[in-house]
Write a protein that binds this ligand. Sequence first.
Ligand code: ZN
Length: 101
Amino acid sequence: MKPTKAKPEAAPKLKKRKWIYVQRPAVYEIAPCECGNADPDWSEYAGRLWCKACKKDFVPAHNGIFDGPIAVNACRMMGIVFDRYVIKTKTVEPFEYNAKS
Ligand SMILES: [Zn+2]
């Protein structure tokens, strides 16, 4: 099977998030906090994560799978989804898998 080229985008920096992915940052292999907490939360600011242990926002050392081309169908098979929780409307926007190419 050919991986698709569709690429969920990493959020731009220093803006308040309008949405977060429904799964936790660790699911997408985004870098942990330097304190060793490997399961941080999404920060309210785009491009940042929140460490509960340190009580601070931090910029992760890398963005895990968002740093490269993402084989979304392979991710789906591994249980990784890109559905978004929209903060304002409190609704989930399903990620649209591109059937072609
Ligand atoms: Zn920490």
